[in-house]
Write a protein that binds this ligand. Structure first.
Ligand SMILES: Cc1cc2nc3c(=O)[nH]c(=O)nc-3n(C[C@H](O)[C@H](O)[C@H](O)COP(=O)(O)OP(=O)(O)OC[C@H]3O[C@@H](n4cnc5c(N)ncnc54)[C@H](O)[C@@H]3O)c2cc1C
Length: 419
């Protein structure tokens, strides 16, 4: 039952209690990917999203999208729609501030036709939303906000949850034996389960903006490590580029407050002249940056995926890619258990997902933290070591390929849908 129609004039005549095998709270990219992974199974699934479908798809952000995420979309049958709308990076250049030598990754250093991709939020969301709407076993509840959850008696070998949901002003009660929290970094599902997190806020914020450069971006992405923080350029279709510019809070705030011409001059100093003059396409936005890791991913009858389970520094473009791998890993674990006649909501089954994903995510969070701290400074012994490292990594092929494997997610256990 797709119920994401905009502003109804007539309230549906409804039974205000709903029962599903699986309820996914959060219909962002990660929640919808998990739902897509459960398409065609015997499980009845609900995705509950607080925003309208249009709002949820309307976020102005593009992501560095890894080849493993691309293979997952292929496994889900969505690549034919999404692939042609992404920019396929032909080069990724990593460099230390304005030092001219860079490590250059090319497709032949990896396992795919592109080093990485850039994917706009709306492109990914509209493909996932269409797939979920077309699935017989999934109901997509938009404009539905989960207000609270509590245990609702005991299910066989697991817990059963009762959710209170506000759907356009009506209070619904949802019962489920498996609750999946895909509700972002301030997850209500995580908080209500009392799951503690580990982490910190960084001293930096990041500014994003979309630009139109005068000359071609040649499908090249850049990550430049300035002492104030990493500065990334992602090439987008129609010769646009998105920047992700990290700087200490005060500096980032001051940049945003500058008149547009001065802002562009500061931006150009970090961007370089390779693409000529820059024109702003949208209003720059600022985001806080944090590292957060949930101490547990699962409880009986409950699991966390995506930003609800972990958040990291945007350096290296890892956050969404980790979340997509969580989503598909969890859907695989659940389906395999159901096929074997096990209870998918039991702790024994859900722990398989936690063991699979948590260590790999720890590694990625540590890597992003290490990159940010070791590059965002002017400490001269580190500057010398970094620059020497760039020469070594760029010239030793096997090392370069290893780094690319680490950054693209090919290092960990791959879901069946990504092989
Ligand atoms: C500036 C910036 C740049 C980034 N760049 C990259 C990149 O290049 N590559 C990359 O991989 N990652 C990147 N990330 C990280 C990436 O944006 C996140 O990891 C990703 O968006 C998380 O997706 P999610 O679906 O888990 O959470 P979200 O996108 O936060 O989605 C959560 C959804 O849950 C819904 N929701 C919340 N509470 C409720 C409720 N109570 N009831 C119902 N619905 C609810 C929300 O409306 C939302 O739709 C970047 C992050 C930032 C800040």
């Amino acid at each position: 039952m797709p119920v994401d129609l905009p502003s109804p004039t007539v309230r549906p005549s409804v039974n205000l209690t709903k029962t599903y095998d699986v309820v996914i709270v959060g219909g962002g990219i990660v929640g919808l990917t998990c739902a897509c992974g459960l398409r065609g199974s015997d499980l009845q699934v609900a995705v509950i999203e607080a925003q309208t479908a249009q709002q949820a798809a309307g976020r102005q952000r593009a992501y560095a999208f890894s080849p493993v995420s691309a293979s997952i979309l292929q496994g889900l049958g969505l690549w034919e729609t999404v692939g042609p709308q992404l920019t396929h990076f032909q080069r990724v250049k990593l460099s230390d501030a304005d030092y001219p030598k860079a490590i250059t990754f090319r497709p032949e250093d990896g396992r795919s036709d592109a080093v990485y991709y850039s994917a706009e939020h709306s492109v990914l969301m509209s493909a996932l939303q269409s797939a979920v709407r077309a699935a017989d076993n999934i109901d997509y509840w938009c404009e539905s906000r989960v207000l609270g959850s509590e245990p609702a008696g005991s299910a066989v070998d697991g817990a059963s949850t009762q959710l209170t949901v506000d759907f356009r002003g009506d209070r619904y009660t949802f019962h489920t034996s498996l609750l999946i929290g895909a509700d972002g970094s301030r997850s209500r599902v995580r908080a209500q389960a009392g799951i503690k997190t580990f982490g910190w806020q960084y001293w930096q914020s990041c500014i994003t903006a979309v630009l139109a450069p005068e000359k071609s971006h040649r499908s090249t992405a850049y990550e430049r490590f300035w002492p104030s923080g990493p500065f990334a350029i992602l090439p987008l279709p129609n010769n646009r580029c998105q920047i992700v510019w990290t700087a200490p809070h005060d500096e980032a705030k001051a940049m945003l407050a500058l008149p547009r011409e001065q802002f562009l001059a500061e931006l150009q100093a970090r961007y370089g002249d390779e693409m000529g003059d820059l024109t702003l396409v949208n209003e720059p936005m600022m985001f806080p940056v944090q590292l957060m890791h949930s101490r547990e991913y699962v409880r009986p009858g409950m699991a966390l995926i995506g930003d609800a389970a972990h958040c990291c520094h945007p350096v290296g473009g890892q956050g969404l890619n980790m979340g997509i791998r969580d989503a598909i890993a969890l859907s695989e674990v659940i389906q395999q258990a159901a096929q074997k006649g096990e209870n998918p909501s039991s702790l024994k089954v859900l722990k398989r997902y936690e063991r699979w994903r948590r260590t790999e995510n720890w590694f990625t969070l540590s890597l992003t933290d290490f990159l940010n701290r070791s590059f965002s400074n002017r400490f001269w012994p580190l500057v010398i070591a970094r620059r020497a490292g760039i020469w070594v990594l760029d010239s030793v092929g096997p090392l370069k390929r290893l780094i690319l494997q680490l950054m693209t997610g090919f290092f960990g256990k791959l879901p069946a849908k990504a092989k």
